[in-house]
Design a protein around this ligand. Structure first.
Ligand code: NDP
Length: 444
């Protein structure tokens, strides 16, 4: 057994019933095998990989809350503090019925390498609850957020752990969480990011993940002599990441023809009207099917995925494992040349391998969606310095960071004879930075 196989075996034994986490570890460890082989003796001696796959700390807690009818509900909240070699734990909070320890271990592990790629001083973490915000009233959301924070506040702080939003946690929820944090600690400090602009939030944070995704996609296309300008793009999802990916791609001259939610997708051959999506999703909190009722020429497909549509570039921006092998085959047969992940691990392992084998340019989420956390780190620095940067300034920093991530990922792939394999490149580049800091800090 190789060292990597031994560690994989250990992860399976120590985390039974955690398929998402096991898969995430496997993907990373397999791609860093050449780096490990070159340093095996040293890594074994310091149990480096064993430490890398074990979260530094993980808490779970009861979240009781009362609905509008006066009935009591109990959910389970979590925070996984995976790795602090590079800085305070940083990663989003997800409120979704599928949240469990395996999903959060996977996300927190991935986050560690993603954060490393940003070049900022942030470690990896993730949290959330198996709470379904869909259909809940504003008061119920507030009650849940307040109860959740009444436990979480014990484990977080501006130099310790700085959560942000993720699926089901947007600006409204961050506001309620921050209000309760402040009430409990009596501190007005940057412990959460994605805050409102009136109370410490950074300009561009809302747009950052979607914009960053488009910036790095353009870099990847340009390196192959292609561009987004004039391209037809399929986007899945209609949440935070999807909406701003649509906006930026269209600003850069692409035509985005789809958006979706978990019920179905919209096809608009004239190009998605992002203002309508924002109005439906951010203002009215409605369903994407409403789009077809409001925009002439568009069509709604109930229970279907956007990957049925012909496109040059696909940007999966909804949820994990939404792009499966069958979907990948459709994309390839429809002439798709590039896939860049806005969501975390939206492409299954088989689909990723298939796309790569067919010569489709493929950028993994830990590189391509890192813009959100990068601007979160910029929000942290603005909070510490008590300053506020302009939209243009932050957007330029975001663009520079995405260009730098592109350079790191493609160079790392070249360094290990995997040119064009950006999955390997992202894992290797992130791993190198985390591991150097871990080595320097000794056996902790
Ligand atoms: P949101 O909650 O804002 O949006 C999620 C979107 O995905 C919604 O439109 C949702 O629809 C849709 N969706 C959920 N399940 C499915 C499904 N099975 N099929 C099609 N659509 C579906 O989340 P975000 O936009 O913030 O996050 C999206 C992804 O991006 C996640 O994987 C997240 O981890 C990742 N990410 C987010 C970052 C951020 O800054 N927000 C940063 C980096 C990564 P519905 O309303 O029906 O559930």
């Amino acid at each position: 057994m190789t060292y990597v196989e031994e560690v994989m075996d250990r992860v399976k034994k120590m985390n039974p019933g955690e398929p998402e986490f096991q898969l995430a570890v496997k993907e990373v460890l397999q791609s860093i095998e050449p780096v490990v082989a070159a340093h095996e003796e040293e890594y074994r001696k310091s149990q480096l990989l064993e430490r890398l796959v074990e979260p530094e700390r993980s808490v779970s807690f009861r979240v009781p809350w009362v609905d509008d009818k006066g009935d009591l509900h109990i959910n389970r909240g979590y925070r996984v503090q995976f790795n602090s070699a590079l800085g305070p734990y940083k990663g989003g909070l997800r409120f979704h019925p599928t949240v469990n320890r395996s999903v959060l271990n996977f996300l927190a592990f991935e986050q560690t390498f993603k954060n490393a790629l940003t070049g900022q001083s942030i470690g990896g973490g993730k949290g959330g609850a198996n709470f379904n915000p869909k259909g809940k009233s504003d008061r119920e959301i507030m009650a849940f957020c307040q109860s959740f924070m009444s436990e979480l506040f014990k484990y977080i702080g501006p130099n310790e752990d700085v959560p942000a939003g993720d699926i089901g946690v947007g600006g409204r929820e961050i506001g309620y969480l921050y209000g309760q944090y402040k009430r409990l600690t009596n501190q007005y400090e940057g412990t959460l990011t994605g805050k409102g602009l009136g109370y410490g939030g950074s300009l561009v944070r809302t747009e950052a993940t979607g914009y960053g995704l488009v910036y790095i996609t353009e870099e990847m296309l340009n390196a192959s002599g292609k561009t987004l300008k004039g391209a037809t793009v399929a986007v899945s999802g209609s949440g935070n990441v999807a909406t701003y990916a649509v906006e930026k791609a269209q600003q850069m001259g692409a035509k985005v023809v789809t958006v979706s939610d978990s019920d179905g997708y919209i096809y608009d051959p004239n190009g998605i009207k992002v203002e309508v999506v924002k109005d439906i999703k951010e203002e009215r909190r409605g369903r994407i099917s409403d789009y077809a009722k409001e925009v002439a020429g568009s069509e709604y497909f109930q229970g279907k995925k956007v990957w049925d549509v012909k496109c040059d570039v696909a940007l999966p921006c909804a949820i994990q494992y939404e792009l499966e092998l069958e979907d990948a085959k459709k994309l390839v047969s429809n002439g798709c040349i590039a896939v860049a992940e806005g969501a975390n691990m939206p492409t299954t392992e088989e689909a990723t391998e298939y796309l790569q084998s067919q010569g489709v340019l493929f950028m993994p989420g830990k590189a391509s969606n890192a813009g959100g956390v990068a601007v979160s780190a910029l929000e942290m620095s603005q909070n510490s310095m008590r300053i506020r940067r302009s939209f243009e300034e932050v957007d330029k920093q975001l663009n520079d960071i995405m260009k730098d991530i592109w350079a790191q990922v493609s160079t790392a792939a070249d360094d290990y004879n995997r040119s064009g394999n950006y999955v390997a490149g992202a894992n290797i580049a992130g791993f190198r930075r985390v591991v150097k800091a871990m080595r320097d800090q000794g056996w902790v």
